[in-house]
Design a protein around this ligand. Structure first.
Ligand code: PLP
Length: 389
């Protein structure tokens, strides 16, 4: 039987056993509603405070600047819609990039329908946003700039500190979708002048369905979920206690291990890239060094990415073509198009994302299988086109 090798950590991660262990208590032992006053509710209230502290300290925020949500998508929606609606008398212009996650892109498209104007900034061939164009795009009616911290498909890390300085100077709010970055690369919202930041627990070994939005003190933003007074009246609904506890624990572990894990993953990533680039007709997508330690995105000449992903699945290797969120759509990846790839090359690309369970043995094994599979698919292609089938 084949080995199962999971190389799709950018799509989601497993939940670490220590995280599950902490969460367990909050399903039956401490199940009280934190809004109630009796003992078991005080325990859940305390647990939320502790988790909020852990999450705040991981990005150098204050505890009262962290608001729990249902995940990265909700945080992105809230940040953009909430700021736009609360400040619309000041202006109606939003700036973002062409390589954002659908949670940002589609929110911006929705805001366009609501009468807002959106600028989608271009990126260079490595996926880095054009800073000069950003500065030129900022006008009197610009309310918010939303630029991701690290890209989910090609792993490129954006110059957020530089962008933060520009936004601060021009007195414009900066939101960053840091879902791929939190727990993986160092973030300091104060040093980087970030006003709003989205994160999601299931991208750093916590449970799914829980995330947070960092909102800097003083930022004017509308509530997104109206109802009770949870999350200081800004996000109603009885708290997902177990999720919150799990998210806090997971981020605490990720922060503690970050340096060591980054070194380990960068080594494995570079080894994988080196091995795959030895296959003729391959090219790396994204930046060579300024990329997430976990991300590999490669194009293979004369190979269809979707077919390669399915063939690798047969071999027990889980990777994705484009990003998981847009899989199923036959369109070439919007991100790969934005860095200047042709439709054909974009469609011949796959993403491998490494993580906590990835070993050097996995890299060697997977690289060999990928090589064999690519050769096999190309041979089949050649047979088809020469009519020898
Ligand atoms: C996964 C992801 C999201 C969505 O997060 P969910 O918690 O799944 O809603 C948003 N942005 C980026 C960059 C992501 O990778």
């Amino acid at each position: 039987m084949n080995r199962e090798i999971y190389m799709d950590y950018a799509a989601t991660t497993f939940v670490k056993p220590e995280v599950i262990e902490e969460m367990k208590l909050y399903f039956n032992e401490y199940f009280g509603n934190p809004s109630s006053v009796y003992g078991i509710s005080r325990s859940t209230k305390m647990a939320i405070i502790k988790a909020r502290e852990k999450i705040a300290s991981a990005i150098n925020a204050n505890r009262d600047e962290i608001f729990f949500t249902s995940g990265g998508s909700e945080s992105d929606n809230w940040a953009i819609k909430g700021v736009a609606l609360a400040n619309k008398e000041r202006g109606k212009h939003i700036i973002t990039t062409g390589i954002e996650h659908p949670a940002v892109i589609n929110t911006c498209r929705y805001m366009e329908k609501q009468g807002f104007k959106v600028t989608y900034l271009p990126v260079d061939r490595f996926g880095t946003v054009d800073i000069k164009k950003l500065e030129e795009s900022i006008g009197k009616d610009t309310l918010i700039v939303s630029i991701m911290f690290a890209n989910n498909e090609i792993g490129t890390i954006e110059p957020i500190e530089e962008i933060g300085n520009i936004c601060k100077k021009r007195q414009i709010l900066l939101h960053t979708d840091a879902v791929q970055a939190v727990g993986n690369v160092p973030i300091d919202v104060k040093d980087m002048n970030i006003d709003l930041l989205s994160m999601s627990s299931h991208k750093f070994y916590g449970p799914k369905g829980i995330g947070a939005l960092y909102i800097k003190k003083g930022v004017k933003i509308d509530s997104f979920i109206h109802g009770g007074s949870q999350e200081r009246g800004r996000r109603a609904g009885t708290e997902n206690i177990a999720g919150i506890v799990g998210m806090g624990k997971a981020l605490e572990i990720a922060t503690l291990n970050m340096n060591r894990e980054n070194k380990r993953l960068s080594y494995l990533r570079d080894k994988m890239i080196e091995k795959l680039l030895k296959i003729p007709g391959t090219k790396l997508n994204g930046h060579k060094t300024n990329r997430l330690p976990s991300n590999v995105n490669i194009s293979f000449d004369s190979v269809d990415g979707e077919i390669l992903v399915m063939a690798l699945d047969n071999e027990g290797i889980c990777v994705s073509a484009g990003s998981a969120c847009s899989a199923g759509a036959i369109e070439p990846s919007r991100v790969l198009k934005a860095i200047g790839l042709s439709d054909v090359r974009a469609k011949s690309s796959i993403r491998l994302s490494l993580g906590a369970g990835t070993t050097e043995e996995d890299i060697n094994y997977a690289a060999d299988i990928i090589k064999d599979t690519v050769f096999k698919l190309r041979e089949n292609n050649a047979k088809w086109s020469s009519g020898k089938f």
